[in-house]
Write a protein that binds this ligand. Structure first.
Ligand SMILES: [Zn+2]
Length: 142
């Protein structure tokens, strides 16, 4: 259900202004007010969900399809980007700042200085056993 304190729920209900690029009964896509680059769009499910696992599969599928449509539109626009990043931060430790699921569609340019930064490869050099055990555990929990 909606969360009164949630800024994205308020945007979804039209209580706060947004520059929308798409809307239907399940989804809203609007311009990010703190864009990484011009044309940075956010796609949200209208129904409040903090983590992606709380969003129903049909809505998740629609979010990705809409993301591809917006990607194509941005590429045709005068933004003339060289690439587009799809980013979904699932949880605070992953960089999620608003606790309502949102998919970023971010126009990118070579050398724009943005992007997901990894600290480097795992210095532990995990062996074959760890890869196999990890895969087995994840597989079993799906
Ligand atoms: Zn919300």
């Amino acid at each position: 259900m909606e969360n009164q304190a949630c800024i994205f729920c308020r945007i979804a209900k039209g209580e706060l202004p947004s520059n929308n690029v798409y809307e239907d009964k399940d989804l809203l896509a609007f311009m990010d007010i703190h864009p990484i680059n011009r044309g940075h769009v956010l796609i949200i499910p209208k129904k409040h969900a903090e983590l992606v696992s709380a969003v129903d599969e049909a809505t998740l599928g629609k979010m990705m399809v809409l993301g591809v449509k917006i990607d194509s539109a941005i590429r045709k626009s005068k933004i003339k980007c060289e690439g587009i990043s799809f980013l979904l931060a699932d949880g605070e430790a992953a960089g999620q700042e608003i606790q309502h699921v949102h998919l970023h569609i971010i126009p990118r340019f070579k050398g724009d200085g943005s992007g997901l930064r990894f600290r480097g490869v795992d210095a532990r050099q995990p062996g074959k056993t760890e890869f196999a055990e990890t895969a087995k555990e994840i597989k079993a929990l799906m």
